[in-house]
Each structure stands twice: as C-alpha cells, then as structure tokens.
Design a binder for this molecule. Sequence first.
Ligand SMILES: Cc1cc2nc3c(=O)[nH]c(=O)nc-3n(C[C@H](O)[C@H](O)[C@H](O)COP(=O)(O)OP(=O)(O)OC[C@H]3O[C@@H](n4cnc5c(N)ncnc54)[C@H](O)[C@@H]3O)c2cc1C
Length: 337
Amino acid sequence: MPPVTPYGGELGFLSVGGVLATGGANSRSVTYGLMSDNVARLEVVTGAGETLTCSPSDRADLFFAALGGYGQSAIITQATLELIPAPKNVRVYWLFHHTMQEAIHALRSALAEGIWDQADVLGYQHSYTDAIRAPSPRDGELINTLRLTAFHRESPPDDEALLRNFRSHFSIRIEDVSFRDSLLKKRAFYDLLDREKVRMQGPHRGVAIPDDNMEAFLSALLEKFPLDRVGPYWHVHCVPISGPVGLQTPLFRLPAAESWGVVCPWLGMAQEHSPQASRDLYQLALDNGGMLLGGLTGWPMLPDDWKAYFGPAWNELQRAKHKYDPNNVLQSLTNTG
Ligand SMILES: Cc1cc2nc3c(=O)[nH]c(=O)nc-3n(C[C@H](O)[C@H](O)[C@H](O)COP(=O)(O)OP(=O)(O)OC[C@H]3O[C@@H](n4cnc5c(N)ncnc54)[C@H](O)[C@@H]3O)c2cc1C
C-alpha cells in the first residue's frame, strides 16, 4: 500500500492499509469521522489466502473486521475511499495561552461553535518556539496553543467575526498557508528535530481520554512528567476525536462517546524513555478512565490489555479471525509497537 502521510526519516511512513487497519483518528474526526469511517470498498487477502472484495453491503463481516482490526483477519490490498474536494488555502489562527486548562476550555468553545474546519491544542516547550514562531514560555512551562483552522471558501475568512468569542489568549498569530502546507504543518517541528539530531525512540504512543476527565488527566500528566524530567523536545497534542455524532468503525474503541486523543511523542523524545516510564504513563491514562488511542500502540500491550481495549467487540473480532484466518497465519495481537 502507498504511504499516506508525508512523514519520513526517523518517523517512518504510514501506509493506507496500516492506517485503515487501526482507524485513523485526527482533528477532523469530530466532523468527518475516522479515515476508516470513509471507506466504500476494500480488497483484502484473507489469512486463508483468498483475495476477496467487501463493503458495508457485501461480506460486511469481513469489511468491518478489516477496518480497525489490526490485520487479524485479512491484509488490506486496495481501498476505495470517500473523498471531498480540498480547499486551496487555509487560514491558521495560533492562540497562545498560559495554561493548558485555558487552551482546552477555549477549544471546547470553538467546538461548540461548530464553525471551525479544524481545532486542536498543542503544548510546546521553549525549544520549539522558533520553529512555530511562538512567544517564549515562562521557565519550566509549556506554551499552550489553541490552533484553529478556517478554510478559504469564496473569500478569505472574516477574522473579527470568527474570533469574537476568544479572549483567554495572551498573544495570537494568524497565517495563510496552502492546504497542502497545512497538512505538512508539523514540518517545521520535524525539521527542527532533524537539525538537532533528536531521534524518536520507538513508535508513536497516544491515549484516548473521556471528555469529563480531560483536565484531571492533563494535570496528573504534567505533574508526573515535569519538563525537567522529560527534556526539551517533549510536547503534548490534544485532539478532540469524537463528539455527539459518533464514529462508525465498530472495532475502533473509545472510552466514551465524547473522547479526546492525547498524544505526546510519549517519552519517545524524552530524556527518560524506559519501559517503566512508558507503563506509568499508560497507567495514568487507565486511572483517568482512558485507554489506548487506536493506531498509537507503542505501549507494552499484553493480551489482556487488547481484550480490554476491544471490550464487547472482542468476540466479533475473534469470530472473524476464526472464519478468515482459520490457521492463524496472520500476526496475533501482542505489542504491535
Ligand atoms: C509520526 C506518526 C504520526 C501518527 N499520527 C497518527 C494520527 O494522527 N492518527 C492516527 O490514527 N494514527 C497516527 N499514527 C499511527 C499510525 O496511523 C498507525 O501506527 C498505522 O498503523 C501506521 O501504519 P503502518 O503502515 O506503519 O502500519 P504498521 O505499523 O506496519 O502496522 C500497524 C498495524 O496495522 C496492521 N496492518 C498494517 N498494514 C496492514 C494492511 N495493509 N492490512 C491490514 N492490516 C495492516 C499491522 O498488522 C499492525 O497490527 C501515527 C504514527 C506515527 C509514526
């Protein structure tokens, strides 16, 4: 399968099949669902060696076992995706906040407005401020950035109208970029890591946190992993994954109907990246009602952790595995990271 993202180098490429097999959540998911929610048809090779096509109305059990199913029943070899036209240009508003709580609160308001094309919160450290042209944070603090994106439609967005309800930031930067560059938005920051020769240790890790526990989780996270422990390249990315509309991929699991994805290159770029520190961080998510964020599986996942992750969908997954991979040819669910 072809690579789907522009990441490269140390970060590796993500394939279309790999993303569909794990869901594909992102900051557009509150509006458009997961990447796996936008599939019309698949061609797969099952564990029994058969090449089959499937869709929601044709071999639906195979279709829904392949999406979010971590390659347990079949390998995805072709996918037909539902696409929408991309805008040519976007305007990005970077609203800088002193605290993560303020930024998350402002993001909730942005989501309630329902007018933004994309919205997320990034907690950056001093080391990134040149790359993203952000003001310097106070010593030992993160700079908490609410990033709002508005597509250019017939004419450029009206800043005053869009921003009239936002008051909690201490500084703002507005930039117009092509849609393509906005997809490469992390480029400046990955370039910085390249220049500084920072190597990502192990795969990406992320957790899904129920909306109600988001602030408690973030406070606990920042307390347990203070900046002097995690080092200068650690950062936090908070993405609203689902809202009241919900997601469609049965095997993609979230702790609650309204949940956030929280991703740091968990310890991956931190000074300390021991398996114990990684487990501690995972446990912190579990203690706050969270779970693995589908796709971001670089956790020490044991078979029971997988069973807990799939919950009521576990039996469905096992039924499909027995039917389409009767001889257990395909990789079992262990730690995929
Ligand atoms: C820098 C970075 C950023 C990321 N950002 C996001 C993000 O924003 N949102 C998100 O959801 N995820 C994100 N991820 C996670 C990523 O989407 C998943 O790890 C995805 O599975 C990677 O695809 P891959 O081709 O590398 O799969 P692999 O790591 O090779 O495999 C992952 C799982 O998918 C299965 N699999 C792989 N290919 C297929 C196939 N063709 N058919 C069936 N099963 C298959 C494997 O068996 C395995 O269980 C990110 C990862 C990185 C490294």
